[in-house]
Design a binder for this molecule. Structure first.
Ligand SMILES: Nc1ncnc2c1ncn2[C@@H]1O[C@H](COP(=O)(O)OP(=O)(O)OP(=O)(O)O)[C@@H](O)[C@H]1O
Ligand SMILES: [Mg+2]
Length: 255
């Protein structure tokens, strides 16, 4: 079990309403969730049940109507928007269903981009981008522009970019949604290695029940609520390993 006095992520009594016209629509209706360090969480649930809203709230992008999001005991919404943006950059990597790279930058420049905005020296940013491309066996595409890549390759680019600052939590919202089965398996394999070898905590939303097998914790959502949580495994991670991953993220944005 993960050590330390706080869960890596804790969501407490979370509610989120959206105002549509004059009507307040409840979308998250009271979510309680704890994620330990090194878990691979898979979230399943019908379209519209609130999965993406939950991820966005965890990321600090959607202020909850009620309740709290705590990352290692830190209440995310006690910070202002800039504070949350910095926090997010350092702790989280995000992969979406639609790749969201910048068209006018080539692969390596896209991967380096989050470091550039964080003010990391250009040379250092490019060096780190090269390392991560190499790690994912994608370095031979470094000079390609995103539009010259296949869907699977574009998703690999999104993944490399999400990981450039060594985040300890990777959130993936239907990352395989637009990929064929083989390419999707390839991406799932990358996520699995990232989880089991690099000790990153993964929280992934999917519609594909085939991917239940990757989960240490399986969550079924329905209509704004968690209907069932299945703890399949408890990751065994030492305090030392946990600290190493966290230090790596601190260094990830070092200038
Ligand atoms: N900004 C918003 N304003 C109003 N309603 C919203 C907003 N964002 C989401 N919703 C509503 O909240 C509900 C949940 O949306 P969400 O995107 O979280 O679903 P989801 O579970 O991710 O679905 P899918 O599997 O289709 O991606 C939907 O009914 C949606 O219309
Ligand atoms: Mg969604």
């Amino acid at each position: 079990m993960a050590s330390g006095s706080h869960a890596t992520l804790e969501v407490r009594k979370l509610k989120k309403n959206f105002l549509v016209g004059k009507e307040e629509i409840p979308v998250l209706k009271g979510i309680d969730l704890k994620v330990d360090f090194g878990e691979f969480v898979v979230i399943l649930g019908p379209s519209g049940c609130g999965k993406s809203t939950l991820l966005n709230t965890i990321l600090g992008l959607e202020e909850p109507t009620e309740g709290q999001v705590l990352v290692r005991g830190k209440d995310v919404y006690t910070m202002d928007e800039d504070g949350r943006a910095n926090f997010r950059r350092q702790k989280f990597g995000v992969v979406y269903q639609q790749p969201n790279w910048i068209r006018s930058l080539n692969v390596i420049e896209n991967v380096a981009f989050p470091l550039n905005i964080a003010g990391v020296h250009h040379h250092t940013a490019m060096k780190r981008a090269k390392e991560i491309l190499y790690l994912f066996k994608f370095d031979k595409y470094e000079k390609y522009y995103p539009m010259e890549l296949s869907g699977g390759q574009q998703q690999k680019l999104s993944m490399c970019r999400a990981l450039i600052a060594n985040p300890w939590i990777v959130l993936a919202d239907e990352p395989t949604g637009n990929l064929d089965t083989i390419t999707a398996e390839d991406l799932m394999y990358d996520l699995k290695v990232l989880n089991s070898e690099s000790r990153r905590t993964i929280i992934m939303v999917t519609h594909n029940t085939d991917y239940e097998r990757y989960a240490t914790k399986l969550i079924y959502m329905e209509d704004g609520l968690i209907k069932k949580i299945e703890q399949r495994e408890k990751p065994v991670i030492s305090q030392e390993e946990e600290e190493q991953v966290i230090d790596l993220a601190e260094e990830g944005l070092a200038k």
